[in-house]
Design a protein around this ligand. Structure first.
Ligand code: NAP
Length: 300
């Protein structure tokens, strides 16, 4: 049976037995529209809005491409982006000086430190000088801690986008059994916290977990952030489960998720496609966090 993506152009269709395709673009469009309205309202009140700084090290093409994409999408929303690119061999002191400068500058409301960091620089070196009020990626321990305590924080964009997808497609969370596969600080751990805050019963799996197929089979909601294409097999999944696939691995020039999509789509109740699922919502959530940082900076 052919199922059209909800709220997507009819030409974008996927072969599926019954699964709801949780496309990211419609969700991202709604978030962006709200952000644009907020930016327009702020621009009426303040002649100049503070912008976003993206700090990056090295010349990795994927990292450069990411910085360009942020610049394009934020500029389209009427925001200023300053990209500071440091050489691959940048010293810790150099990076810290840039981050400290942006942390102090009133023209900058939000700062993204692009990952991965080079070998010579540790995450601690970044958070030692990053103003948590400008930490729109939610990497600072103060924001991570506030998220755990259920206080207002900058929740990392990717997992916040996962919750937005579940909400948009009407997937209930409270009381459900949720499995998060992957425990990175930017995706897995905050995803687990956000699901817990929404009253799911949460299990976190990682590379040392035993019997992953069984854990997957028990979950109503599966959120994967592993980085291994097609690793989660369709037969592991519970019928009618909702699957958020954050995986983004390039295989033969194509982006692939962590879940074997062709198998899973025949089994589950709802699933995000890759590409076009969690990715677009992540960048919209980053914009949302930045608008929040701008309001904070302007005390608006
Ligand atoms: P990461 O830091 O490399 O973490 C990967 C996690 O997967 C680790 O916790 C690791 O466990 C776990 N893992 C590895 N092999 C496993 C296995 N066989 N069974 C169970 N768990 C296993 O990765 P990340 O930064 O979270 O990113 C994960 C994926 O999401 C990547 O493909 C990345 O490109 C993608 N991503 C997507 C978005 C988006 O917007 N869609 C945003 C960010 C990242 P250990 O902790 O035990 O090593």
């Amino acid at each position: 049976m052919t199922v059209a993506l909800a709220s997507e152009p009819q030409s974008e269709t996927y072969e599926s037995e019954s699964a709801l395709l949780m496309a990211g673009r419609p969700v991202a469009n709604i978030i962006r529209k709200r952000c644009n309205e907020e930016i327009a309202a702020l621009s009426e009140r303040f002649s100049i809005l503070p912008g976003l700084a993206v700090v990056r090290v090295g010349d990795d093409p994927a990292s450069l491409h990411y910085a360009e994409r942020i610049t394009q999408s934020f500029s389209a929303a009427g925001l200023t982006v300053t990209v500071e690119s440091l050489p691959p061999n940048a010293l810790r002191a150099m990076l810290q000086a840039e981050l400290a400068r942006f942390s102090a500058l009133p023209e900058i409301a939000g700062i993204i430190m692009q990952m991965p960091l080079p070998q010579q620089i540790a995450l601690k070196d970044v958070i030692d000088v990053l103003d948590p009020e400008k930490d729109v990626d939610g990497i600072h321990p103060l924001n991570a801690g506030r998220l755990v305590l259920g206080l207002d924080s900058y929740a990392p964009a990717t997992p916040s986008g996962g919750i937005a997808l579940l909400d948009h497609y009407g997937i209930p969370i409270a009381g459900k059994s949720a499995l998060v596969i992957g425990r990175s600080d930017v995706v897995g751990k905050p995803m687990a916290q956000l699901l817990l805050a929404r009253n799911a019963t949460v299990t976190i799996a990682h590379s040392r977990s035993r019997n992953l197929p069984q854990l997957v089979h028990e979950a109503d909601i599966v959120a994967c952030a592993i980085g291994k294409a097609g690793f989660i097999r369709g037969e592991w999944l519970k019928p009618d489960a909702a699957v958020l696939d954050f995986g983004a691995s390039m295989v033969d020039g194509q982006m692939r998720g962590d879940v074997d999509f062709d198998e899973a789509v025949k089994v589950v109740g709802a699933i995000t496609p890759v590409p076009g699922g969690t990715g677009p919502v992540t960048s919209a959530m980053l914009l949302r966090n930045t608008v929040k940082a701008i309001r904070r900076a302007l005390r608006a």
